[in-house]
Design a protein around this ligand. Sequence first.
Ligand code: SF4
Length: 356
Amino acid sequence: NGNLTNAEALRKDMVRDGAIFQSNSDTEVILHLLARAPAGSLEEQIQYALRQVQGAYSLVILTRTALYAIRDAHGFRPLTIGRLGGAWLVASETCAMDLMEAKIEREVEPGEIVVIDDTGLRSIRAFAPAEHLQCVFEYVYFARPDSVLWGRNVHTVRKALGRQLAREHPVTADIVIPVPDSGTSAALGFSEEAAIPYELGLIRNHYVGRTFIEPKQGIRHFGVKVKLNPVREMLEGRRVVVVDDSIVRGTTSRKIVRMIRGAGATEVHVRISSPPIHWPCYYGIDTPTRKELIAASHDVEEIRRYLAADSLGYLSLDGMLKATGSDPANFCHACFTGGYKVGIGPEPDQQLPLFG
Ligand code: SF4
């Protein structure tokens, strides 16, 4: 889980030296580094390999005799250890432990290598302590709401994001609806804080893929209609607040506003439970390039006009970090601020955020 920011450079060096890669996965770079490590124990070889990579990774390596669970020194992505009878489990999110009816033991710490073998569990601190950069977007969108992440339940954090959003961008309206499922928890928080009834104004069809990852414009536009259907009885003649977690390209949000208005809403107020996304993520969240991000080239008023919404309000950076309930200094928020703290690659479109 995650993305290595210097994988391409390492790969080119090794290919020049004769390495043959079987895939485009950055994880294979780690395997090649392991294969080239000086003779020693596997633990030493893992440390040798990982000292050369940069970026975000939560990694599990399984050998015949041991299981290694490793988080990068910044702790971008989560990694959790569980126990089921005599067995140990490792997963990105705690919801997987619930599924297995396992007991959640603890998280793998940033920079920690956990070794699990016949003798039990051991911890190795192989890397110099580094600034913690937990991905705040895990709380906003990526993690499952039933998971416990960095000590807090994700749904609870999302409700807090929605509450903060209601305080920052109050509006007079008849109902609050989520864009399901991504906006559900934040909309609940918004509704409670604003004392505006929560309703289901859009129903999600669970049988179609997520529009976020469909590459072609045409398919994506069609995808919104297949994915969401308005509940006319709830929307007709009403002033509607619609809450979502983020706006990426803006095309989906625009369709949704049109859909809600088409079902008879008299006003549509869009509220977003994170700040505008100005920059791509290079640490493992699949965002598009900068030129496709609507907030990279448009201010909030321009986006509101593009969406054809009556009003648009984004949660502030400070408000978002405060709502996590954790120390704001522990989070990465580079996609909102451009403050990439771990080196990003040399490709032309990847240099843009550094010098933009
Ligand atoms: S850039 Fe954004 S999405 Fe990527 S790790 Fe940082 S906070 Fe998460």
